[in-house]
Write a protein that binds this ligand. Structure first.
Ligand SMILES: Nc1ncnc2c1ncn2[C@@H]1O[C@H](COP(=O)(O)OP(=O)(O)O)[C@@H](O)[C@H]1O
Ligand SMILES: [Mg+2]
Length: 287
C-alpha cells in the first residue's frame, strides 16, 4: 500500500537555470567546504598515519582519495568527522575551525558511507535508513524508532532514489551486498548532507556491482550538489567516477589533480603490482 504514496521531490533543485547561465559565462559559484592544513596523526603504538596533510575541497566536487592499504585514507576521513583526533593541524568546515564544541554541527551536515555497510541486520530497511536521522532528531523518540510520518516519507523517498522502495519493510539480512550498500547510501542522504564521506564503499562488492554503486553515488551527489570525499584503492573506479584524485601514500598527499588531467596509463602503471609502498612519490616527479 505504501508503494502507492506519491513521493515528492526530496531535494530542492540547486542547479537552477540562473546558476547554469552564470556557469556559462565563467562565474565560479563554488564555495569552499573543507580546508585541512597540516593534519598529523600518530597512533599510540607509534604508527605515523598522517604526516601533514593539506587539502581544500570545494562544493560539488567528487574527490577520490586513492591509495594502497595503510596509506592513511581511513584515518583522514575519520579525522574529518571527529572519530579520530589529530595531533596537529586544523580542519575548517565552511570557514569555521572544527573544535570538539562545534563538531556536532559538522556531523549534522555530513553523511557517512562505510565499507562494511554498518547496518543493523535484524532491522527493516526503512528503520536502518531512519537511523541516519539520529544526529538531528529527538534522541528519546528515535531510540524507540518513533519517527514522524514526514520522516518516514523522507526515508521512503531516499529508498526510491537508490532503487529499493520495494524492500522498505524487508529485514536487512535478507539483502545482497549491493542492496545493503544502497541502504547505506539512503541512510547517509536522509539528513540532506552537504558533505558525504565514503570509506571504500565498494571494497566488499564485485566489480559490476561496484560500478553501479559508484555511479549511484556520483549521480546523487550531482543532483543534490553534495560534496563527496570517497576513499578507494581501485584506480579504474577513481578514474571513471571522480572529478579529482588525491593520491595518498605513507600518510602524505603525493598527487592532487583534476581527474581529466591525470595521465591514466601512468597512474595504472605505477599502481600495478603494488599493495603497499611509496610509488606515488615517483609519480608526482614526472606528472
Ligand atoms: N587505531 C589504530 N591504532 C594503531 N594504528 C592504526 C590505527 N588505525 C590505523 N592505524 C595504522 O595507521 C596507518 C594508516 O591506516 P589507515 O588510515 O587505516 O589506512 P588505509 O585506510 O589507507 O588502509 C596504518 O599503518 C595502520 O596500520
Ligand atoms: Mg581504510
Amino acid at each position: 500500500m505504501i508503494l502507492c504514496v506519491k513521493l515528492t521531490s526530496y531535494y530542492p533543485r540547486q542547479r537552477t537555470k540562473q546558476n547554469l547561465a552564470l556557469g556559462q559565462i565563467g562565474v565560479n559559484l563554488k564555495k569552499m567546504v573543507l580546508e585541512i592544513a597540516g593534519l598529523q596523526k600518530t597512533f599510540g603504538n607509534g604508527t605515523l598515519a598522517l604526516r601533514g596533510v593539506d587539502l581544500s575541497v570545494q562544493s560539488g566536487d567528487f574527490v577520490v582519495v586513492l591509495g594502497p592499504s595503510g596509506s592513511g585514507k581511513t584515518t583522514l576521513l575519520r579525522s574529518i568527522n571527529g572519530l579520530v583526533t589529530a595531533d596537529a593541524g586544523t580542519i575548517k568546515f565552511h570557514n569555521q575551525a572544527l573544535t570538539p564544541v562545534n563538531l556536532s554541527r559538522l556531523r549534522r551536515h555530513t553523511g557517512m558511507v562505510f565499507q562494511d555497510f554498518n547496518l543493523v541486520e535484524n532491522l527493516s530497511v526503512i528503520n536502518n535508513v531512519l537511523t541516519g536521522l539520529l544526529d538531528t532528531s529527538n534522541k528519546f523518540l528515535s531510540m524507540l524508532y518513533l519517527f514522524s510520518r514526514k520522516q518516514k516519507l523522507e526515508a521512503l523517498d531516499c529508498l526510491e532514489r537508490v532503487g529499493l522502495l520495494d524492500k522498505a519493510y524487508v529485514r536487512v539480512d535478507q539483502l545482497s551486498g549491493g542492496q545493503k550498500q544502497r541502504v547505506g547510501i539512503a541512510r547517509s542522504i536522509i539528513k540532506k548532507p552537504v558533505l558525504l564521506l565514503a570509506d571504500e564503499p565498494v571494497a566488499s562488492l564485485d566489480p559490476m556491482i561496484s560500478r553501479s554503486i559508484m555511479m549511484l553515488l556520483r549521480d546523487i551527489a550531482r543532483e543534490n550538489s553534495i560534496t563527496v570525499i570517497c576513499n578507494l584503492h581501485q584506480v579504474e573506479l577513481a578514474l571513471r567516477y571522480s572529478d579529482r584524485i588525491i593520491g595518498l601514500s605513507g600518510g602524505r598527499i603525493v598527487l592532487d589533480k583534476a581527474t581529466a588531467d591525470v595521465d591514466q596509463a601512468f597512474i595504472r602503471n605505477i599502481y600495478r603490482g603494488h599493495d603497499r609502498g611509496l610509488f606515488f612519490e615517483h609519480a608526482t616527479d614526472k606528472m
